[in-house]
Design a protein. Structure first.
Length: 116
């Protein structure tokens, strides 16, 4: 079983930056593709970014393309999400996800709030 713990969220002004981290324990995440999702109040959880096991294949939601960067450090068992040029509509709880089995594993989430 793998446990995921997100960190790095907080309050930032429009145009600011944050770097989220997702630290894994229990299993090495180098075996899994990893993703970031987010859920804003009253909305469904949505895809943000995905990185393959090797890091060579990366996908982004159109809404964050060019502003967010997903990366991974398999030696540290950690996945990152660098968020630049943040907008109020980026406000959400951000979740890390490890792809394995039928459902994979989710972290508890970290709150990101972007003030206008």
């Amino acid at each position: 079983q793998v446990q995921l713990v997100e960190s790095g969220g907080g309050l930032v002004q429009t145009g600011g930056s944050l770097r989220l981290s997702c630290a894994a324990s229990g299993r090495t995440v180098s075996n899994y593709a990893m993703g970031w999702f987010r859920q804003a109040p009253g909305k469904e959880r949505e895809f943000v970014a995905r990185i393959s096991r090797s890091g060579k294949s990366i996908y982004y939601a159109d809404s964050v393309k060019g502003r967010f960067t997903i990366s991974r450090d398999n030696a540290k068992n950690t996945v990152y999400l660098q968020m630049n040029s943040l907008k109020p509509e980026d406000t959400a709880v951000y979740y890390c996800h490890a792809e394995f089995g039928r459902a994979g594993a989710w972290g508890q989430g970290t709150q990101v709030t972007v003030s206008s």
